[in-house]
Design a protein around this ligand. Structure first.
Ligand code: HAM
Length: 426
């Protein structure tokens, strides 16, 4: 067989999947504390959702979407990100009508982008994201940013850098757009064909171009911060003040433009410094999207959110050698010798498991040595040996793998005994 896993995807195998589960637990837990409720939207959506939501001129829509026609002739796309779907759902389910605005939602699940795979850049990756829709209070911007920082800090990551920018409201953006066109137009033939295309459609994207980033015109390009109108300036100042009050350090970078079109006012990313990362140092990105709900046919309702990938988070944790407190190993492994003891072991296993104890036994007729090896490999806290003799005497021989201590325990008390030991270890 020469069928391989698709490029840019990965199998998450036992040994690693425990870390994922632990992180997922942490995601649910922090969202509970910040009062965000989970939303689950489909993996595929109508293609138009992303064309309109993420933006026709973005790399995501132009080059990276997994789009297909289904048997009914509809154009569908595997979601490249979560925000557009959440906003669609917010509008479709009239969540704007609920009494608890802003609607504070989170999601965790796979996203798909046809990108050139490299470390930290996958074609299928898992995003944890939050969206708070229905508030124009700068305090919700600060909350969303603080939540992302809190998440990474609680996991023990160091060297984080929060980068902040304002992309302004519609008026500010229009003024900035005109200035960008005037700046680049005379020399646009020196830029790549993508940028030439972007000049009229979306000149902000030129600032994000990887090919032309060393062009001298990039350095003195008009900064959005010089074009913010009074309202946008005040909004941005309020977000910064709130972050200052929360003791969250940040850096303002007017070059931060983000790769999706729906943003206005607050935009932010969290980067990580240090070795082991190669070119990719952005862990998380987000921002405010004030026109998206209306674009999707809803009422005027403004949102803000972020998304981060679990893959990049794990890379960062590995690079910094952060050990997650993942519970390793089995509580109890039963070593059974002979036919009768083996049958009895199956009953004991049932009892242990019903009592909440993780337990297992041999199913491939291993000899005693092999069974002990298996117990070792599974990192069992206790190994319990049941042979013909023990069975006749109505006992089982329990060994603590940590201390080596052995004890004969009456079969009737076995489950109770192991449970007591596990409680003690907690
Ligand atoms: P984004 O910047 O496209 O924003 O992606 C957010 C995060 O997803 C990135 O910072 C990175 O951690 C991760 N990511 C993106 N592409 C890949 C990839 N190919 N492989 C691995 N990880 C990746 C958004 O997706 C917006 N929806 C964020 C947002 C939510 N804005 C407002 N609300």
């Amino acid at each position: 067989m020469d069928i391989r896993i698709p490029r840019g995807t990965q199998d998450i195998l036992p040994g690693t999947s425990e870390k994922w589960q632990w992180i997922e637990g942490k995601v649910h837990e922090i969202c509970r504390r910040f009062n965000y409720a989970e939303i689950r939207t489909p993996i595929f959506e109508q293609t138009e959702l992303f064309q309109r939501g993420v933006g026709d001129t973005t790399d995501i829509v132009q080059k990276e979407m997994y789009t297909f026609t289904d048997r009914g002739g509809r154009s569908l796309t595997l979601r490249p990100e979560g925000t557009a779907s959440v906003v669609r759902s917010y509008v479709e389910n009239k969540l704007y009508g609920s009494a608890t605005q802003p609607e504070k939602l989170y999601y965790i699940g796979p996203m798909f982008r046809y990108e050139r795979p490299q470390s930290g850049r996958m074609r299928q990756f898992f995003q944890f994201g939050v969206e708070a829709i229905g508030s124009d209070d700068p305090a919700i911007d600060a909350e969303v940013i603080a939540m992302a920082m809190e998440f990474y800090n609680e996991l023990g990551l160091k060297g984080l850098k929060l980068v902040l920018n304002s992309l302004g409201d519609q008026d500010s953006r229009k003024a900035h757009r005109d200035a960008l066109i005037a700046h680049f137009k005379p020399h646009i033939h020196e830029f790549c064909s993508d940028c030439q295309d972007r000049l009229e459609k979306n000149p902000l994207r030129i600032l994000d171009c990887k090919k032309d980033r060393d062009h001298p015109l990039m350095d003195n390009a008009p900064s959005i911060l010089d074009y913010l109108n009074e309202q946008s300036r005040q909004y941005f100042a309020a977000v910064q003040r709130l972050l200052d009050n929360m003791d969250i350090p940040y850096e303002v970078d007017s070059g931060l433009v983000r790769g999706l079109d729906y943003y206005n006012n607050t935009a932010f990313e969290i980067m990580i410094e240090g070795e082991g990362f190669g070119a990719i140092t952005t862990l998380m990105g987000g921002g405010r999207y004030n026109g998206l709900v209306e674009e999707m046919g809803g009422p005027e309702s403004h949102g803000i959110g972020f998304a981060l990938s679990i893959e990049r988070l794990l890379m960062a944790l590995e690079a910094q050698k952060v050990d997650l407190p993942v519970k390793k190993g089995l509580d109890c492994y039963l070593v059974a010798l002979g036919e009768q003891p083996s049958e009895e072991a199956a009953v004991l296993l049932t009892e242990l498991r019903r009592a909440g104890i993780s337990a297992d036994k041999d199913y491939v007729n291993k000899k005693i040595k092999g069974q002990f090896k298996a117990a070792d490999r599974l990192q069992a806290s206790y190994t319990a040996v049941l042979g013909e003799d023990e069975l006749q005497k109505g006992i089982i021989n329990v060994k603590s793998m940590a201390s080596g201590e052995q004890k004969e325990v009456p079969l009737k008390e076995f489950t109770h005994y192991i449970r007591g030991k596990m409680e003690e270890e907690k």
